[in-house]
Design a protein around this ligand. Structure first.
Ligand code: AHR
Length: 653
C-alpha cells in the first residue's frame, strides 16, 4: 500500500513539473482529527546568555552594583583626584551573599566620584523617570551625593541630589530624576561632596517604566515582545547555565530568592565559554531569580518549566559529578522548589514565596532534571531523582534530557533508557543546518505514541556559526517553519517546543543566531521570531490530517504543511511552507460535513531573498502581512508566494 502511494507521489511530481502552474491537490480530513495540540505547545526558552538577564531583561542599568565581580571595580571608574585610601573595597564577610562594599573616606573639599559604564552603556530615554538607589552605612557623617547621567561627551542628561541620613547601621537611600535626552550609551556619575566617611553598596539605577510598573523590575519592551507571542510555557534558567562549568558555579535556585542584596553573585559561564567571544564582565547578579521567573511565567500566561541541576557539571567543561551517595542536597533542591512554587504559605518554602509577595501558588506542573547531560552517569542520577519525585510528587511531570543532539549513539542510548524509565517528557535539542530541518519534517511521524512525550526544548536552524545578528536569516526561519509543521502534525506526541536561545544583545552576544535581538534602547524579532509567534498565536486544538498524493506534506515538491482546528473560533487553520523560488497554487479539498462560512484570513511571511534578516535599523524587513480571502464550497484554491510561510484561518460551520 505504502509503495503504491509513493508511486502516486512520483507521478504527481512529474506532472507538477511538466505543468508548473497547475494547482497541486491536497486533502484535508477535517472530521477525522488524529489528536490534540497541547495548550502549552509553543513556548519560550530563557537563559542568561548574550546579556539576556543582566544587561538585558533585568532592567538594572548599573553593572557590578555591589562590587562583587572578580575585579571589584570592574565597570567603575574613579573620578577626581583621589588621595591614597580615599576609596577602599571592604570585605566584612558578615553580610549574606554580599561580602563587599566601598568605603569613601573624604577629608578635603575636593570633589571625588565614581562613574559606572553600564552594560555597553546605559539606555536612557527622554522624559522617562529613573531611580538611583543605594545602601549605605555612615561612619563619619558629612557627605552628600550628587548623581548625574551623562552622554559620551559628558553632557548632563539628568541629575539629582541625595542627602545621606545620620545613623549607625546599613540604610537605604534613593533619588528620582527624569532624562532630558535619549541616549543609548549614557554613563552614571556619583559625586561625593563635603567631608566624611561612608560605606556604600548596591548602587543601582532603574527606569520607573518597567514591565507592569514593578519597582526594580524587568525591561518592558523585552517582556512585551515575549507576551506578544502568547507563549504556552517559559523554560528557565537554561541551558548550560544550569550545569555550570563546574559544580561550584552551577545554578542554585535557593541563592536566587529573597532580598536582592543577599543573592550571591557568581560568574556567568558564558563569560569565558567561547574564546572568540570572551565577555569578561558577564556575571549573574540574580536580580532575575526564581521568584521573578515564576512571576514572569504567570504574567505572560506561560506554564513555568524550571530545569534543575542533576548533580553534574557541564560535560563539555569539567564534567564533574556528585557521588551518588551525596546527591541528597540536589534532590532536596527539587523537592523544595516544588514547595516554593506550590506549597501552602505555612510551609517553609511556601512562606518564602508569600513573603516575596505571592501567597498564591504558582501551579508548577513540570520539572526538568538535567540539561544536555548524557551517559550512564546521568541515568544513575536521574533514577534517584525520579524515584523520590514520583513518591513525593506524582503530580509533577518529569522532563529529562536526551543529550546534546537529535541522533547518534548518545541520543539512542538515552532515548531507550528514558523510555524504559517511563520519563514523562524527553527533552530533545537540535541546532542544525536548514537542510536538516527541511528533511526532518517527518521526524515524529513514526514516533511511539504510547510512551514518553517529547519536548523540543532547544532548537534553531543554523546557517553558519558564530555569526551575529545579521545571520538570523529568512532561510533559517523558513526551514524552521517547515520543521514545525511536523511538530504540529505530531502534537499528540510532541508536547512542547521552544527555539533557543531567546535573546541576543547586539553588543554583548556570545551565541548566535537568537530569536530576539536587542540593544540598550530597541528590541526586534528575527524572522524566526515571527515564525514562532505565528505558530503560537494560531495554535488551535485538534490535529487535522492533510495529505498530498496520499502522504503527509513533508517536502514533496518543496511543500510542507499541517492543519489544526480551533474549537473556540470554529476555524480550520492551515500552516503552509512553499520552499520554492516560484509561486505554488494549491487546491485544498475539504473532506468534511462542515462548510466554509465567511471570510478567511491569510497571514504571510515571505521573501524571495533567503539571506534577508531583520535588524535594529530595519526591524521589520520580514514581517507578517495579513489579507482577507474568500472561498466557496468545500474547495480552497490558494496561491503561495515563493519562499513563504502562510497561515490560513478559514471559518467552517
Ligand atoms: O542555547 C544555548 C545552549 O545550547 C544551551 O545553553 C545549551 O543547552 C545548548 O548547548
Amino acid at each position: 500500500m505504502k509503495k503504491k502511494l509513493k508511486f502516486t507521489a512520483v507521478v504527481t511530481l512529474l506532472v507538477g513539473s511538466l505543468f508548473a502552474q497547475a494547482p497541486v491537490e491536497m486533502k484535508i480530513a477535517l472530521d477525522a482529527p488524529t489528536g490534540e495540540i497541547s495548550p502549552s505547545m509553543w513556548g519560550v526558552f530563557f537563559e542568561d546568555i548574550n546579556l539576556g538577564a543582566d544587561g538585558g531583561i533585568y532592567a538594572e542599568l548599573v553593572k557590578n552594583r555591589s562590587f562583587e565581580f572578580d575585579s571589584p571595580l570592574m565597570g567603575w571608574k574613579q573620578l577626581g583626584e583621589l588621595p591614597e585610601g580615599a576609596m577602599l573595597i571592604i570585605n566584612d564577610g558578615k553580610r549574606k551573599g554580599n561580602r563587599r562594599s566601598l568605603r569613601i573616606n573624604k577629608k578635603t573639599d575636593s570633589i571625588i566620584g565614581l562613574q559606572n559604564e553600564g552594560f555597553r552603556g546605559m539606555g536612557i530615554k527622554q522624559g522617562e523617570n529613573y531611580e538611583f538607589s543605594l545602601l549605605y552605612r555612615q561612619i563619619s557623617p558629612g557627605l552628600k551625593l550628587h548623581v548625574e547621567l551623562v552622554d559620551s561627551a559628558n553632557n548632563v542628561l539628568s541629575e539629582g541630589l541625595l542627602p545621606l541620613q545620620d545613623g549607625n547601621g546599613w540604610q537605604s537611600g534613593s533619588v528620582n530624576f527624569s532624562a532630558k535626552a535619549t541616549n543609548a550609551s549614557a554613563k552614571l556619575n556619583v559625586w561625593f561632596h563635603g567631608t566624611g566617611t561612608v560605606q556604600v553598596d548596591m548602587l543601582s539605577l532603574f527606569p520607573h517604566d518597567t514591565w507592569k510598573g514593578r519597582k526594580k523590575g524587568l525591561r518592558k519592551d523585552m517582556v512585551q515582545i515575549l507576551d506578544d507571542m502568547k507563549p504556552g510555557f517559559l523554560r528557565f534558567p537554561g541551558g548550560c547555565i544550569v550545569e555550570g562549568r563546574d559544580l561550584a558555579t552551577r545554578f542554585q535556585w535557593k541563592k536566587t530568592v529573597g532580598p536582592i542584596q543577599e543573592r550571591e553573585l557568581i560568574i556567568n559561564r558564558w563569560n569565558t565559554e567561547f574564546s572568540q567571544r570572551l565577555t569578561p564582565d558577564y556575571f549573574q547578579s540574580f536580580g532575575l531569580g526564581f521568584y521573578e521567573y515564576f512571576l514572569l511565567s504567570e504574567d505572560i500566561g506561560a506554564e513555568p518549566v524550571p530545569i534543575l541541576n542533576c548533580g553534574m557539571a557541564c560535560q563539555f567543561n569539567t564534567g564533574e559529578v556528585v557521588p551518588l551517595d551525596e546527591l541528597d542536597e540536589y534532590v532536596q533542591d527539587a523537592l523544595d522548589l516544588i514547595e516554593f512554587a506550590n506549597g501552602a504559605v505555612e510551609t517553609p518554602w511556601g512562606k518564602v514565596r508569600a513573603e516575596m509577595g505571592h501567597p498564591a501558588p504558582f501551579n508548577l506542573k513540570m520539572l526538568g532534571v538535567g540539561n544536555e547531560n548524557w551517559g550512564p552517569q546521568y541515568v544513575e542520577r536521574l533514577a534517584i531523582f525520579k524515584d523520590i519525585l514520583r513518591q513525593k510528587h506524582p503530580e509533577i511531570q518529569i522532563i529529562a534530557s536526551s543529550g546534546t543532539g537529535p541522533d547518534g549513539e548518545r541520543f539512542e542510548y538515552l532515548d531507550e533508557k528514558l523510555r524504559a524509565m517511563k520519563i514523562d517528557i524527553i527533552d530533545e535539542h537540535y541546532y542544525r543546518p536548514p537542510a536538516w530541518f527541511l528533511s526532518g519534517a517527518a521526524r515524529y511521524d513514526d514516533y511511539d505514541r504510547s510512551g514518553s512525550k517529547i519536548f523540543a526544548g532547544e532548537y534553531a536552524s543554523h546557517t553558519t556559526r558564530p555569526n551575529g545578528p545579521g545571520r538570523s536569516t529568512w532561510e533559517a526561519a523558513l526551514s524552521e517553519a517547515a520543521f514545525m509543521t511536523g511538530l504540529e502534525r505530531n502534537g499528540d506526541v510532541v508536547q512542547m517546543a521552544s527555539y533557543a536561545p531567546l535573546f541576543g544583545h547586539v553588543d554583548g552576544w556570545q551565541w548566535s543566531p537568537d530569536l530576539i535581538w536587542v540593544d540598550n534602547l530597541n528590541v526586534y524579532g528575527t524572522p524566526s521570531y515571527h515564525v514562532q509567534k505565528l505558530f503560537s498565536l494560531h495554535k488551535g486544538n485538534d490535529i487535522i490530517p492533510m495529505k498530498y498524493a496520499g502522504e503527509n506534506v513533508t517536502g514533496i515538491d518543496g511543500l510542507y504543511a499541517s492543519s489544526v482546528y480551533d474549537k473556540q473560533t470554529k476555524e480550520l487553520i492551515v500552516k503552509f511552507v512553499n520552499y520554492n523560488s516560484s509561486l505554488k497554487s494549491v487546491n485544498f479539498h475539504l473532506d468534511s460535513k462542515k462548510k466554509i462560512s465567511g471570510e478567511a484570513a491569510k497571514i504571510t511571511l515571505a521573501n524571495v531573498d533567503l539571506n534577508v534578516s531583520n535588524s535594529i535599523e530595519q526591524p521589520l524587513a520580514i514581517q507578517p502581512v495579513t489579507k482577507t480571502a474568500s472561498y466557496n464550497g468545500n474547495m480552497i484554491n490558494e496561491t503561495f508566494a515563493p519562499y513563504s510561510f502562510t497561515v490560513l484561518r478559514i471559518p467552517v460551520r
